[in-house]
Design a protein around this ligand. Structure first.
Ligand code: ADP
Ligand code: MG
Length: 356
Protein backbone atom coordinates (compact mmCIF):
# COMPACT_ATOMS: atom_id res chain seq x y z
CA UNK A 1 0.00 0.00 0.00
CA UNK A 2 1.06 3.59 -0.69
CA UNK A 3 -0.61 5.22 2.30
CA UNK A 4 -1.93 3.73 5.55
CA UNK A 5 -3.75 5.57 8.32
CA UNK A 6 -4.31 3.65 11.54
CA UNK A 7 -6.59 5.09 14.23
CA UNK A 8 -5.70 8.65 13.23
CA UNK A 9 -7.24 11.36 15.41
CA UNK A 10 -6.65 15.12 15.24
CA UNK A 11 -7.70 17.39 18.06
CA UNK A 12 -7.39 21.14 18.17
CA UNK A 13 -7.71 23.38 21.18
CA UNK A 14 -10.06 26.21 20.26
CA UNK A 15 -11.18 28.76 22.89
CA UNK A 16 -10.21 26.38 25.68
CA UNK A 17 -12.24 23.53 24.21
CA UNK A 18 -11.03 20.40 22.47
CA UNK A 19 -12.34 20.15 18.89
CA UNK A 20 -11.95 16.79 17.14
CA UNK A 21 -11.42 17.59 13.46
CA UNK A 22 -10.67 13.92 12.69
CA UNK A 23 -12.23 11.38 15.03
CA UNK A 24 -10.47 8.14 14.13
CA UNK A 25 -9.66 7.14 10.57
CA UNK A 26 -8.22 3.79 9.53
CA UNK A 27 -7.76 3.22 5.81
CA UNK A 28 -5.35 1.96 3.19
CA UNK A 29 -4.66 3.61 -0.18
CA UNK A 30 -3.05 1.45 -2.86
CA UNK A 31 -0.07 2.33 -5.01
CA UNK A 32 -1.18 3.96 -8.28
CA UNK A 33 -4.73 4.49 -7.09
CA UNK A 34 -6.85 7.59 -7.77
CA UNK A 35 -8.33 7.94 -4.31
CA UNK A 36 -10.77 10.67 -3.24
CA UNK A 37 -11.75 12.07 0.13
CA UNK A 38 -15.29 13.35 -0.36
CA UNK A 39 -17.46 15.14 2.15
CA UNK A 40 -19.10 18.44 3.10
CA UNK A 41 -17.12 21.47 4.22
CA UNK A 42 -15.70 21.04 7.72
CA UNK A 43 -15.79 17.22 7.80
CA UNK A 44 -11.99 16.91 8.18
CA UNK A 45 -10.74 16.35 4.61
CA UNK A 46 -8.00 18.98 4.64
CA UNK A 47 -6.87 17.97 8.12
CA UNK A 48 -6.55 14.35 6.95
CA UNK A 49 -4.50 15.43 3.91
CA UNK A 50 -2.26 17.64 6.00
CA UNK A 51 -1.50 14.71 8.29
CA UNK A 52 -0.56 12.57 5.26
CA UNK A 53 1.68 15.39 3.97
CA UNK A 54 3.17 15.98 7.43
CA UNK A 55 1.96 19.57 7.92
CA UNK A 56 -0.03 18.41 10.95
CA UNK A 57 0.87 15.81 13.58
CA UNK A 58 -1.88 13.36 14.52
CA UNK A 59 -3.00 13.58 18.15
CA UNK A 60 -3.24 9.79 18.08
CA UNK A 61 -2.62 7.03 15.55
CA UNK A 62 0.00 6.44 12.89
CA UNK A 63 0.62 7.39 9.26
CA UNK A 64 2.62 5.04 7.05
CA UNK A 65 3.88 5.88 3.56
CA UNK A 66 5.06 3.04 1.33
CA UNK A 67 5.47 0.79 4.33
CA UNK A 68 7.42 3.26 6.47
CA UNK A 69 6.04 4.85 9.65
CA UNK A 70 6.33 8.60 8.93
CA UNK A 71 4.28 9.88 11.85
CA UNK A 72 7.32 11.84 13.11
CA UNK A 73 8.92 12.54 9.71
CA UNK A 74 8.81 16.20 8.52
CA UNK A 75 6.98 17.07 5.25
CA UNK A 76 10.11 17.67 3.15
CA UNK A 77 11.37 14.18 4.02
CA UNK A 78 8.15 12.49 2.88
CA UNK A 79 7.85 11.12 -0.63
CA UNK A 80 4.64 13.07 -1.33
CA UNK A 81 3.78 16.46 -2.82
CA UNK A 82 0.72 18.63 -2.34
CA UNK A 83 -1.22 20.85 -4.78
CA UNK A 84 -3.48 23.56 -3.39
CA UNK A 85 -6.61 25.24 -4.70
CA UNK A 86 -4.82 28.61 -4.67
CA UNK A 87 -2.02 27.21 -6.95
CA UNK A 88 0.57 29.15 -4.87
CA UNK A 89 2.68 29.96 -7.96
CA UNK A 90 5.50 32.49 -7.74
CA UNK A 91 4.08 35.54 -9.54
CA UNK A 92 7.45 37.02 -10.54
CA UNK A 93 8.64 33.77 -12.17
CA UNK A 94 7.63 32.49 -15.57
CA UNK A 95 6.21 29.03 -16.19
CA UNK A 96 9.58 27.39 -16.74
CA UNK A 97 11.09 28.92 -13.59
CA UNK A 98 8.08 27.97 -11.50
CA UNK A 99 8.32 24.34 -12.53
CA UNK A 100 12.14 24.23 -12.27
CA UNK A 101 12.23 25.91 -8.83
CA UNK A 102 12.33 22.77 -6.66
CA UNK A 103 14.93 21.04 -8.81
CA UNK A 104 17.18 24.11 -8.83
CA UNK A 105 16.98 24.35 -5.06
CA UNK A 106 17.98 20.71 -4.83
CA UNK A 107 20.99 21.54 -7.06
CA UNK A 108 19.97 19.09 -9.77
CA UNK A 109 22.25 19.36 -12.84
CA UNK A 110 21.12 21.90 -15.48
CA UNK A 111 20.76 19.34 -18.27
CA UNK A 112 18.64 17.11 -16.03
CA UNK A 113 16.42 20.08 -15.05
CA UNK A 114 15.95 20.95 -18.71
CA UNK A 115 14.94 17.41 -19.56
CA UNK A 116 12.54 16.93 -16.62
CA UNK A 117 10.83 20.34 -16.85
CA UNK A 118 10.41 19.91 -20.61
CA UNK A 119 8.89 16.48 -20.09
CA UNK A 120 6.48 17.74 -17.40
CA UNK A 121 5.32 20.73 -19.47
CA UNK A 122 4.62 18.29 -22.28
CA UNK A 123 2.53 16.07 -19.98
CA UNK A 124 0.42 19.01 -18.74
CA UNK A 125 0.17 20.35 -22.30
CA UNK A 126 1.96 23.66 -21.73
CA UNK A 127 4.84 23.26 -24.17
CA UNK A 128 5.44 26.64 -25.86
CA UNK A 129 4.18 28.64 -22.86
CA UNK A 130 7.48 28.51 -20.95
CA UNK A 131 8.01 32.29 -20.89
CA UNK A 132 4.55 33.26 -19.63
CA UNK A 133 3.97 34.70 -16.17
CA UNK A 134 1.13 33.28 -14.04
CA UNK A 135 -1.01 36.43 -14.45
CA UNK A 136 -0.85 36.03 -18.24
CA UNK A 137 -2.51 32.64 -18.02
CA UNK A 138 -6.02 31.33 -17.42
CA UNK A 139 -6.98 29.62 -14.16
CA UNK A 140 -6.85 26.21 -15.81
CA UNK A 141 -3.37 26.85 -17.19
CA UNK A 142 -2.14 28.08 -13.80
CA UNK A 143 -3.49 24.91 -12.22
CA UNK A 144 -1.54 22.85 -14.75
CA UNK A 145 1.65 24.76 -13.90
CA UNK A 146 1.06 23.97 -10.22
CA UNK A 147 0.57 20.33 -11.14
CA UNK A 148 3.78 20.23 -13.23
CA UNK A 149 5.68 21.88 -10.39
CA UNK A 150 4.51 19.20 -7.95
CA UNK A 151 5.08 16.28 -10.34
CA UNK A 152 8.55 17.33 -11.54
CA UNK A 153 10.01 16.17 -8.20
CA UNK A 154 8.89 12.60 -8.99
CA UNK A 155 6.86 12.12 -5.79
CA UNK A 156 5.42 8.65 -5.25
CA UNK A 157 2.10 10.19 -4.24
CA UNK A 158 0.43 13.49 -5.08
CA UNK A 159 -2.07 15.09 -2.69
CA UNK A 160 -4.57 17.49 -4.27
CA UNK A 161 -6.79 19.61 -2.01
CA UNK A 162 -9.81 20.88 -4.00
CA UNK A 163 -7.45 21.76 -6.88
CA UNK A 164 -10.24 22.73 -9.30
CA UNK A 165 -12.35 24.68 -6.82
CA UNK A 166 -11.50 28.07 -8.33
CA UNK A 167 -12.46 27.10 -11.89
CA UNK A 168 -15.84 27.51 -13.55
CA UNK A 169 -17.92 24.40 -14.31
CA UNK A 170 -16.90 23.87 -17.96
CA UNK A 171 -13.21 24.25 -17.26
CA UNK A 172 -13.50 22.10 -14.15
CA UNK A 173 -15.03 19.27 -16.15
CA UNK A 174 -12.31 19.54 -18.80
CA UNK A 175 -9.61 19.52 -16.10
CA UNK A 176 -11.17 16.46 -14.43
CA UNK A 177 -10.56 14.46 -17.58
CA UNK A 178 -7.13 16.04 -17.98
CA UNK A 179 -6.12 15.16 -14.39
CA UNK A 180 -7.24 11.58 -14.85
CA UNK A 181 -5.16 11.33 -18.04
CA UNK A 182 -2.10 12.80 -16.33
CA UNK A 183 -2.47 10.39 -13.40
CA UNK A 184 -2.61 7.44 -15.82
CA UNK A 185 0.42 8.77 -17.66
CA UNK A 186 2.65 9.33 -14.62
CA UNK A 187 1.24 6.24 -12.86
CA UNK A 188 1.55 7.53 -9.28
CA UNK A 189 -0.93 7.56 -6.40
CA UNK A 190 -3.30 10.56 -6.37
CA UNK A 191 -5.20 11.48 -3.21
CA UNK A 192 -7.86 13.96 -4.19
CA UNK A 193 -9.96 16.09 -1.83
CA UNK A 194 -13.31 17.41 -3.02
CA UNK A 195 -16.75 18.31 -1.70
CA UNK A 196 -18.16 17.80 -5.22
CA UNK A 197 -19.71 14.34 -5.48
CA UNK A 198 -19.90 14.28 -9.29
CA UNK A 199 -16.19 15.13 -9.45
CA UNK A 200 -15.34 12.25 -7.10
CA UNK A 201 -17.60 9.81 -8.97
CA UNK A 202 -16.06 10.77 -12.35
CA UNK A 203 -12.41 10.49 -11.43
CA UNK A 204 -11.84 8.05 -8.60
CA UNK A 205 -10.91 4.40 -8.38
CA UNK A 206 -12.20 4.50 -4.79
CA UNK A 207 -13.84 7.13 -2.61
CA UNK A 208 -13.84 7.62 1.15
CA UNK A 209 -17.04 9.49 2.04
CA UNK A 210 -16.38 11.55 5.16
CA UNK A 211 -18.82 13.06 7.62
CA UNK A 212 -18.01 14.82 10.86
CA UNK A 213 -14.45 13.54 11.21
CA UNK A 214 -15.17 9.93 10.24
CA UNK A 215 -15.23 7.81 7.08
CA UNK A 216 -18.82 6.60 6.55
CA UNK A 217 -18.11 4.47 3.48
CA UNK A 218 -15.02 3.51 1.50
CA UNK A 219 -15.72 1.88 -1.85
CA UNK A 220 -15.63 2.23 -5.63
CA UNK A 221 -17.86 4.99 -7.11
CA UNK A 222 -20.45 2.58 -8.44
CA UNK A 223 -20.77 0.74 -5.14
CA UNK A 224 -21.17 4.03 -3.26
CA UNK A 225 -23.84 5.21 -5.68
CA UNK A 226 -25.74 1.92 -5.97
CA UNK A 227 -25.36 0.73 -2.38
CA UNK A 228 -24.84 3.67 -0.02
CA UNK A 229 -23.89 2.30 3.41
CA UNK A 230 -25.62 4.99 5.45
CA UNK A 231 -28.44 7.51 5.10
CA UNK A 232 -25.80 10.26 5.09
CA UNK A 233 -24.00 8.74 2.09
CA UNK A 234 -27.29 8.20 0.25
CA UNK A 235 -28.25 11.83 0.82
CA UNK A 236 -24.84 13.29 -0.01
CA UNK A 237 -24.19 11.33 -3.22
CA UNK A 238 -26.60 12.17 -6.02
CA UNK A 239 -30.30 12.57 -5.33
CA UNK A 240 -32.00 9.99 -3.17
CA UNK A 241 -35.46 9.35 -1.79
CA UNK A 242 -35.95 8.16 1.76
CA UNK A 243 -39.09 6.10 2.40
CA UNK A 244 -40.01 4.29 5.54
CA UNK A 245 -42.63 2.23 7.26
CA UNK A 246 -43.36 -0.60 9.61
CA UNK A 247 -42.89 -4.18 8.43
CA UNK A 248 -46.34 -5.70 7.93
CA UNK A 249 -45.21 -9.22 7.07
CA UNK A 250 -42.28 -11.15 5.67
CA UNK A 251 -43.01 -13.20 2.57
CA UNK A 252 -40.87 -15.02 -0.04
CA UNK A 253 -37.58 -13.32 0.88
CA UNK A 254 -39.05 -9.84 1.14
CA UNK A 255 -40.21 -7.69 4.02
CA UNK A 256 -43.45 -5.91 3.07
CA UNK A 257 -43.95 -2.42 4.48
CA UNK A 258 -47.10 -0.38 4.56
CA UNK A 259 -49.44 -2.78 2.71
CA UNK A 260 -52.84 -1.38 1.81
CA UNK A 261 -54.42 0.72 -0.90
CA UNK A 262 -51.68 3.39 -0.70
CA UNK A 263 -49.25 0.76 -1.96
CA UNK A 264 -46.50 -1.49 -0.71
CA UNK A 265 -42.76 -1.26 -0.25
CA UNK A 266 -40.82 -4.49 -0.62
CA UNK A 267 -37.41 -4.81 1.00
CA UNK A 268 -35.28 -7.65 -0.33
CA UNK A 269 -33.46 -9.87 2.16
CA UNK A 270 -34.34 -11.52 5.45
CA UNK A 271 -32.96 -8.94 7.87
CA UNK A 272 -36.35 -7.66 9.02
CA UNK A 273 -39.21 -8.96 11.21
CA UNK A 274 -42.86 -7.94 11.42
CA UNK A 275 -43.17 -4.77 13.48
CA UNK A 276 -39.67 -3.41 12.63
CA UNK A 277 -39.43 0.22 11.53
CA UNK A 278 -37.43 0.31 8.31
CA UNK A 279 -36.09 3.13 6.12
CA UNK A 280 -35.14 2.53 2.50
CA UNK A 281 -33.44 4.77 -0.05
CA UNK A 282 -34.36 4.75 -3.74
CA UNK A 283 -32.57 6.62 -6.52
CA UNK A 284 -34.84 8.83 -8.70
CA UNK A 285 -33.82 7.07 -11.93
CA UNK A 286 -34.83 3.63 -10.59
CA UNK A 287 -38.49 4.65 -10.26
CA UNK A 288 -41.10 4.18 -12.98
CA UNK A 289 -44.22 6.36 -13.24
CA UNK A 290 -47.45 4.75 -14.42
CA UNK A 291 -51.14 5.60 -14.48
CA UNK A 292 -52.27 2.10 -13.47
CA UNK A 293 -51.24 0.15 -10.38
CA UNK A 294 -48.38 -2.12 -11.42
CA UNK A 295 -48.59 -5.83 -10.59
CA UNK A 296 -45.86 -8.28 -9.66
CA UNK A 297 -43.10 -8.33 -7.11
CA UNK A 298 -42.39 -4.61 -7.17
CA UNK A 299 -42.58 -1.78 -4.68
CA UNK A 300 -45.45 0.54 -5.61
CA UNK A 301 -46.82 3.67 -3.95
CA UNK A 302 -49.54 6.09 -4.94
CA UNK A 303 -49.10 9.84 -5.22
CA UNK A 304 -49.90 13.06 -7.03
CA UNK A 305 -47.50 14.84 -9.38
CA UNK A 306 -46.71 18.21 -7.78
CA UNK A 307 -44.03 19.40 -10.19
CA UNK A 308 -42.50 18.56 -13.58
CA UNK A 309 -39.16 20.04 -14.64
CA UNK A 310 -37.83 19.51 -18.16
CA UNK A 311 -34.05 18.93 -17.99
CA UNK A 312 -33.21 17.98 -21.56
CA UNK A 313 -32.01 14.39 -21.23
CA UNK A 314 -34.67 13.65 -18.66
CA UNK A 315 -37.65 15.05 -16.79
CA UNK A 316 -37.59 15.49 -13.04
CA UNK A 317 -40.92 14.86 -11.31
CA UNK A 318 -41.86 15.66 -7.73
CA UNK A 319 -44.61 13.31 -6.54
CA UNK A 320 -46.38 13.83 -3.22
CA UNK A 321 -47.51 10.73 -1.32
CA UNK A 322 -50.56 10.48 0.93
CA UNK A 323 -48.37 10.84 4.06
CA UNK A 324 -46.93 14.13 2.72
CA UNK A 325 -43.53 12.75 1.68
CA UNK A 326 -42.24 14.12 -1.63
CA UNK A 327 -40.50 11.69 -3.99
CA UNK A 328 -38.18 12.74 -6.82
CA UNK A 329 -38.36 10.72 -10.03
CA UNK A 330 -36.15 11.05 -13.14
CA UNK A 331 -37.57 9.71 -16.38
CA UNK A 332 -35.37 9.72 -19.44
CA UNK A 333 -36.69 11.52 -22.50
CA UNK A 334 -36.25 8.74 -25.03
CA UNK A 335 -36.98 9.30 -28.73
CA UNK A 336 -40.25 7.43 -28.58
CA UNK A 337 -41.31 8.58 -25.12
CA UNK A 338 -44.88 9.74 -25.19
CA UNK A 339 -45.90 8.94 -21.62
CA UNK A 340 -45.48 12.16 -19.69
CA UNK A 341 -47.31 12.73 -16.44
CA UNK A 342 -48.82 16.16 -15.88
CA UNK A 343 -48.88 18.31 -12.77
CA UNK A 344 -51.84 17.34 -10.57
CA UNK A 345 -52.15 13.86 -12.06
CA UNK A 346 -52.64 10.84 -9.79
CA UNK A 347 -49.91 8.27 -10.52
CA UNK A 348 -48.24 5.10 -9.28
CA UNK A 349 -44.51 4.95 -8.61
CA UNK A 350 -42.83 1.57 -8.75
CA UNK A 351 -39.35 0.07 -8.48
CA UNK A 352 -37.65 -3.29 -8.08
CA UNK A 353 -36.98 -4.31 -4.45
CA UNK A 354 -33.27 -4.78 -5.29
CA UNK A 355 -33.05 -1.06 -6.11
CA UNK A 356 -33.86 0.04 -2.55
P1 ADP B 1 -12.66 20.27 5.35
O1 ADP B 1 -11.37 20.35 4.65
O2 ADP B 1 -13.38 18.98 5.18
O3 ADP B 1 -13.56 21.43 5.02
P2 ADP B 1 -11.08 20.76 7.75
O4 ADP B 1 -10.18 19.58 7.84
O5 ADP B 1 -10.49 22.00 7.20
O6 ADP B 1 -12.39 20.36 6.94
O7 ADP B 1 -11.66 21.09 9.19
C1 ADP B 1 -12.32 20.14 10.00
C2 ADP B 1 -12.74 20.76 11.31
O8 ADP B 1 -11.59 21.09 12.09
C3 ADP B 1 -13.53 22.05 11.13
O9 ADP B 1 -14.53 22.09 12.12
C4 ADP B 1 -12.48 23.11 11.39
O10 ADP B 1 -13.08 24.28 11.90
C5 ADP B 1 -11.57 22.46 12.41
N1 ADP B 1 -10.19 22.95 12.31
C6 ADP B 1 -9.37 22.79 11.23
N2 ADP B 1 -8.16 23.35 11.47
C7 ADP B 1 -8.22 23.87 12.71
C8 ADP B 1 -7.28 24.59 13.57
N3 ADP B 1 -6.03 24.85 13.16
N4 ADP B 1 -7.71 24.94 14.79
C9 ADP B 1 -8.96 24.66 15.23
N5 ADP B 1 -9.87 23.99 14.51
C10 ADP B 1 -9.52 23.61 13.26
MG1 MG C 1 -10.70 21.71 3.17
Amino acid sequence: PAIELAGVVKEYLAHGEVVQAVKGITMTISEGEFFSLLGPSGCGKTTTMRMIAGFEDPSRGTVRLHGQDVTDVPPNKRDVNMVFQSYALFPHMNVWENVAFGLRRKKVAAAEIKRRVGEMLEIVDLTGREKRRPREMSGGQQQRVALARALVNNPRALLLDEPLGALDLKLRQAMQIELKRIQREVGITFVYVTHDQSEALTMSDRIAVMNDGLVEQLAAPREIYERPATAFVAGFIGTSNLLGGTVDRVASGCAVLRAGDEGRILVAGDAHRAGDDVTVTVRPEKITISAEEPGGEVSAVRGTVSEVVYLGLYNSYAVRLADGAEITVFQQNALDSTSTAERGEAVWLSWQPRHS
